[in-house]
Structure formats: structure tokens, C-alpha cells
Design a protein around this ligand. Sequence first.
Ligand code: KG4
Ligand code: ZN
Length: 346
Amino acid sequence: PGERLILGVESSCDETGLALVALPEAGAPVLLAHALHSQIDMHQAYGGVVPELASRDHIRRVVPLARQVLSEAGRRIDEIDVVAFTRGPGLAGALLVGAGMACALGVAIDRPLLGVHHLEGHLLSPFLSADPPEFPFVALLVSGGHTQLMRVDGVGRYTLLGETVDDAAGEAFDKSAKLMGLPYPGGPHLARLAEEGRADAFELPRPMLHSGNHDFSFAGLKTAVRTHLVRQGWLDRPDALADPANHAALADLAASAQTAIVEVLLKKSLGALKATGLKRLVVAGGVGANRQLRSQLDQACGRRGVRVHYPELHLCTDNGAMIALAAAMRLQTGQAVPTREPSFDV
Ligand code: KG4
Ligand code: ZN
């Protein structure tokens, strides 16, 4: 009874995220503090996440970040009631750092642990925004590793409507961007370049747009981008890709690729809303930060009387706040019992 304090630890990929959430006896969880260290700069030279380097960097960051959130929230370590951590999915070595740190802390302060599913963190992250959604809703989960449409009836009541059969939407952004010589992670870079280009410049595939179900496929798009670059003679030629003379054509390609991805995400989301008859859409995960996706969803949903909810921009990509929040919401609804020996799936 009384307020419970939850520490959240996220380390599934290339960001170390720590957060403190207070769960009052009645009412919504409150984010007290969160801190993040992104490894993007470190992995950039390799064009993608290097798992071994990621794990080692999490070890370096996790304790200082934990101290930071405690100090920002003005709380002592022994005031923590539950230690929540990302139990998966993610890179094994990276996950182990967060899980190991959480276990050690749990033992040290004699408090139980709660493993949180990474995607549930993303899914519930809009509840930290100023305008939180109400259940039930359709969720479009678009990250670097996942693309799913879900029907969400409450905390822990998730029905998968459809998902990608190959690449995730974020992967489609990242792989296309990499082919075009843009830095890692390519999504935001491709989006920026796309703003200078013409979206109808190139005809790119929209796989499974009319598949009649809620599944996605993005592998063909990456192949189409590749084919186009081969035809231009630009594939694996950094000099050509960086040549200012080719900038406009690359921007056109970026705009065409982004539009293809966004159109598929938009149409499939509308399909899921129609099939479920629901009037609320939650968009979560890194690709949810994409401006074209947001504006097209807002327009199309506005016309249909559908409310769209997003996490705050800085909570779209991986962070500890969503992990602490998901744990808090599970505790609040009595759907999870923290334990001394946590479950862990890699
Ligand atoms: O949710 P997230 O941080 O990590 C995973 O759990 O995968 O998502 C990262 C993904 C990357 O693929 C990144 O390129 C993409 O989100 N992303 C974007 C944008 N910002 C991040 N994609 C398109 N437009 C953006 N503005
Ligand atoms: Zn994520």
C-alpha cells in the first residue's frame, strides 16, 4: 500500500535507458526522471549495431545512469520498491547487462524484479504523454525490429492482427538508407533527405498492400532501391552517392521510398481500424517519429473520426521510461507479480 517506486532498465539494443516511475495508490503512474545514453555514434562507423560493442558500452553506462535518475528524482536507492528491466526481445549480450544489473540491485536492496517485454514498453509509451489514449485501441508498432498491428483491449490484453513477414518498417528505412550511403541509423537521415525530393519520382513497390489481411512485407522495397542504384551505377560507390550532382536524384529516391513505406503503414492501419470498428489508433516505436507518417495518419484518421495517439517524440525510440511504465501498469492492474528470480527470454 502507498506509493510504489519502480526503476526501469532498458538495454535491449543500442541505447541504455534508466527511469524512475512512481505508482500512486490511486491514479496514473508518474514519470519522475529518466536518462538515456545512445550508442549511435559508436556504431556509426560500422554501419550498424555491433552486438559485442553494445554489451560492453551498456556495462559502462548502466550504473552512472541509475545514479543520475535517482539524483534527479531526489530519491534514495533503498526507496525503490520494484526493479523492472527489459527481458527481451533484443541482443542477448545487451539484455544480459540490464538483467544482471537489475538482479544485483534487487539482491542488494532486497526488492523483487519484474521482466518487461520490450514491445509492451513501446506499446504503452503513449500513456506517458499529455494526452494518453483510452482502451480499446488499435496499435501500430513500428520499430527497427518489429512491425505489427494489434488490437489492445487493456493492459496485457493484446491480439495480434498482423505483422511483417520479412523486414520491419524501420529496417526498410535503414537498409534503403544504407544503400544510399546515408549514416546509421538511416531512418531519420532518409526522412530528412526525402523532404527535398519528389515522392512521385520513382515507382517503388508497395508489397501486400492488397493482400486482404493485416500483414506487411518490406523486403521488396529494399531490393527495388538497390536495383535502382545498380541501374544508375551508384551501388557501393560512395563517391557517386556523395557527389552533389546526384543529390537531387537521391533525394527523389528517398522521397519515393519513404512514401512507399508510409503508404503501406497508412493503408494497413486504416484496414485494421475498419476491421475492428475501433476509433482510436496508437502509434509507437522508432518509426512513429516519422513526420510524413504522422501527418498522413493524422489527416486520414481525422477524416474518419479516429483519434491518433503518439508517444512524446523523445520516447518513440528505446528508453527506460517505457519499461518502468509498463511494469507500473502491470502492477497496477494486478497482472504481474514481481519475483526474486526473474524470467528472462533472449
Ligand atoms: O523503437 P526503436 O528505437 O528500436 C527498436 O526497438 O527497433 O526504433 C528504431 C528504428 C530505426 O530503424 C530508425 O531508423 C527508425 O526507428 N526511426 C525512423 C525515424 N526515427 C527513427 N524511421 C523513419 N523516420 C524517422 N524519423
Ligand atoms: Zn524498441
